[in-house]
Design a protein around this ligand. Structure first.
Ligand SMILES: [Cu+2]
Length: 124
């Protein structure tokens, strides 16, 4: 008998916790005292991690400043479909061995401004 009560108690505790969890995901918890978080804590703004991916392409153009490169590249799932497009280059240094018509592998990384930038590139 005692073990039955124990079972019922833990079962209802689980239900209580489960419903609490469900509620938490659906709506904010205004009842949670703000004092729990230190006043100087940064706002909990979820920042998506910088998205990056590798691609293959051909160099179509390099700007005189070497700060931009036009790449005719393959499909990069979740990043960019196949297209010829001009991208900013993280550093002109990256292009020191790269020339127009080169076949290259490269990495595009999304900047905080939501722009894709070439952060790595090498001749294939
Ligand atoms: Cu594009």
């Amino acid at each position: 008998m005692r073990s039955h009560i124990k079972y019922l108690l833990s079962f209802s505790a689980i239900l209580f916790l489960a419903s609490g969890c469900a509620k938490r995901t659906e709506e904010p918890q205004p009842e949670q005292p703000a004092a729990q978080a230190p006043a100087h804590a940064p706002a909990a703004t979820p920042v998506a991690p910088p998205k990056s991916g590798d691609g293959l392409g051909v160099v179509k153009k390099i700007s005189a400043s070497r700060k931009f490169i036009t790449l005719d590249h393959n499909d990069m799932p979740g990043i960019m479909e196949a297209m010829a497009m001009e991208y900013p280059v993280q550093s002109p240094e990256l292009l020191k061995d790269i020339h127009v018509k080169d076949s290259v592998s490269f990495t595009l990384t999304k900047t905080p401004e939501s722009q894709y930038m070439v952060t790595a590139i090498k001749k294939k």
